[in-house]
Ligand binder design. Structure first.
Ligand code: NAD
Ligand code: WQD
Length: 460
């Protein structure tokens, strides 16, 4: 994967930001073979994938898969919904894998930082190389009392500036995977501004910063939530059901259909924030097709690493189905509330497309690879990451009872506000263009969650 470059002029008054080095809140460099040299002129060309929100549930599993694939990784996380211990777990698992396969452990760097903070600029500068491009000597001055001269192109230009060497900035960050966001639907209804600030405004400023550093390979964590009410159509959801610019496509019956931007029935600020972010990314790519932006629409990520060492460990109280079931299994919560038993589904409980988090993590590597190989068909492209198969809430429950060999007490209550009855991915686009497919089953997810839950009980 190539690194990204941008050129600017090094004038005495404008030194690269790296020369001022205000400290980040916290910085951990886990190796010294690839040093983040503050002014790395013509130095190391090792590239990194920057993973923002990389210590969270999906981010941590993705960082591990990146390391296993040999990518150097720079993690940015403010630990607002994760713990630093996750970094040690990821590192340990990656070292075990590399040792077992006779591979060299890639670099794993960490900055504890809000991705909206001004320090991000310093971090990006420290992952840039600078090379001086020599320019031909300027013609002798014709106007001794002025440095302003008319150039061949007819533009007045300060020849003092023209004599300065140009500095090419080459970013060693070859791609960004952006997980950082707040994700509680319920909290987003109570605190919409907190969500729009982190998820939307943060993204806008961050994209501007990346552009400044010539980093234009971007993978975004989106969600099936962008389909809104469309999910209730009862069919697997195809990407064209939510677009940001008009699109034409061939329907399953072979008829050409034209879709217009927009979506009906987004029920929370969280859901809207994901839709807004996608729209912003689509507009950016339309204005500048040198960007390669992949928005991955996750369905229901569940499960954890098979070792039971890495899993879902948020600071926030869990509200998703499987993490809640885990709290019932550990006895922290007495009973599982089943929200709705009157949906139009085989057993009356809602159907979801549960995807193992390791499969999901590997989807990000596939997205990076597809972008590098030019297989993503447009500068902005959306992909569903799901299995294409639905399971009811009761099936999930049964699967976890089988894995744990325990009975899980339940109470049937009414539907949860904003829920849809059916949400399953159409997965052909990801299979064809990303050459990626989910491999693990619901029972694999349950077995791994039970491993992790048992291990956490022993630890505490
Ligand atoms: P998570 O909360 O476990 O991980 C997010 C990480 O980002 C956390 O470690 C948190 O500390 C960090 N973070 C948040 N704001 C930050 C900021 N301003 N600066 C730096 N770090 C920040 O969530 P997750 O489940 O891993 O989800 C990751 C992404 O995937 C999110 O964007 C989420 O909206 C999206 N998503 C998640 C699901 C799901 O069910 N888990 C489904 C669809 C989409
Ligand atoms: C699944 C099913 C619940 C808890 C949410 C977000 C979505 C995405 C993934 C981020 C539903 C039922 C749940 C419980 C229950 N996140 N349930 N008892 O609602 O499909 O999606 O997470 O992008 O945006 O909305 O996932 O796991 O919360 O619920 O009966 O205690 O389980 O009603 O039918 P959901 P979920």
């Amino acid at each position: 994967m190539s690194s990204s470059s941008s050129t600017y002029s090094l004038s005495p008054s404008i030194t690269p930001e790296v020369l001022n080095t205000p400290g980040t809140q916290r910085s951990v460099l886990f190796d010294d073979d690839v040093v983040a040299d503050p002014l790395n002129i013509d130095g190391s060309t090792s590239t990194f994938i920057m993973v923002v929100g990389g210590l969270g549930y999906i981010g941590s599993h993705t960082v591990l898969e990146l390391l296993k694939e040999g990518y150097n990784v720079l993690v940015i996380d403010d630990l607002s919904n994760s713990y630093e211990t996750v970094l040690n777990r990821v590192r340990g698992l990656a070292i075990d894998f590399c040792t077992a396969h006779g591979r060299r452990m890639p670099a794993l760097h960490f900055r504890q930082l809000d991705y909206r903070s001004a320090h991000m600029k310093t971090v990006l500068a420290s992952y840039s190389s600078y090379s001086i491009i020599s320019k031909p000597a300027p013609a002798p001055a014709r106007f001794p009392y002025s440095t302003l001269q008319r150039t061949d192109s007819g533009i007045d230009m300060d020849m003092d500036d023209a004599q300065e060497p140009a500095v090419e900035r080459l970013s060693r960050i070859s791609g960004v995977i952006h997980f950082a966001a707040y994700k509680s639907v319920e909290e987003s209804i109570r605190m919409p501004l907190r969500y729009y600030s982190n998820n939307v405004c943060g993204l806008v400023d961050f994209l501007g910063l990346l552009e400044e550093f010539g980093i234009k390979n971007f993978v975004f964590s989106s969600s099936a939530t962008v389909y809104g009410e469309g999910a209730n159509c009862g069919l697997p959801l195809r990407e064209e059901l939510c677009v940001h610019h008009p699109e034409s496509f061939l329907d399953s019956d072979g008829a050409e259909r034209r879709v217009l931007p927009g979506v009906l029935g987004l029920t929370s600020p969280y859901g809207r924030s994901k839709f807004m972010c996608e729209s912003i990314l689509a507009d950016l790519a339309l204005s500048d097709p040198t960007w390669s932006i992949t928005a991955l629409r996750y369905f229901n990520p569940v499960g954890c690493h098979e070792s039971g060492i890495l899993g879902e460990d948020p600071r926030q109280k869990p509200s998703n189905l499987i993490p809640v079931i885990a709290t019932v299994l550990t006895g922290t919560k007495p009973v599982l509330d089943i929200f709705g038993t009157d949906w139009n589904t085989p057993d009356g409980t809602a159907v979801r497309d549960f995807i193992h988090v390791v499969d999901l993590a590997r989807g990000h590597i596939a997205a990076l690879a597809a972008s590098t190989a030019g297989r993503t068909l447009a500068p902005f492209r959306t992909y569903n990451l799901g299995t294409g198969r639905g399971h009811t809430v009761r099936e999930v429950l049964q699967s976890l009872e089988d894995a744990s060999q325990r009975k899980i007490p339940v109470r049937e209550v009414g539907r949860r506000a904003g829920d849809v009855g059916f949400c399953v991915a159409e997965v052909r686009r990801a299979e064809t263009e990303l050459q990626w497919k989910a491999e693990r089953s619901l029972n694999d997810c349950s077995g791994d969650v039970w491993n992790f839950t048992k291990a956490r009980c022993v630890e505490s």
